[in-house]
Design a protein. Sequence first.
Length: 233
Amino acid sequence: MLLFAIPAIVGVVAGYVSGGRLGGLVTTRLRALWLVWLAAGAQMAEYTTDRLDGRPGQALRSVLLATAFVTVLGWLLVNRRGRSRLLKTAASTALGGGLLNGMAIALNGRMPYSPTAAGAAGIPPGQETAKNIAAARGSRLTLLGDVIPVPPLHAVISVGDIFITLGAAAVIATAMHQPTTPHTAEARHDSNHQRTAPDGGVVHPGHLRPVALHHRSPRRDRRLRPPPERKPT
């Protein structure tokens, strides 16, 4: 919820407040979306390794983690072309947060969390998952682990999570400022006028065109001509 719903909500609100529109977000073209699905698949596969302990489990989790990060990095590089500097900065912020989390996970096999912070967030200490493990004396880079309690969400987050959240929200807000194709009533009127305007005497099926005066025969145009002037005798 923290890494998906909250950045989306904050990003949309910030985009509207700063003058953006959802139309800009919709029209933003993203390349190679299959890389995102591949990274998500690697993350989901990591949850199935919760029963693998020791070196085999750590090695498999490291491979899946590296696959996810390399895939996301490649996707960001593919989509950097043609983007604004602000959008690139926002994406780099989210990527930096992911790298901070990745360092802590790579050195510990799983993301270490502070038992004290877990207790403050209402989480029973000592729990282990496929991605989390309680920090101990042998844990490394524990400051980059989940050490920040969020009691309303019953969660513990890391510094990297904050960067990911801020970066993702900034990406959404910035994308909402992308130019969109105008669809105003005036533009539709001009378009309809161009379709129904006379075009040099060519009549299309289904369109009525007023006949120009110069297309009428001279006999039928006699009434339109003034009477000839009589010279005085």
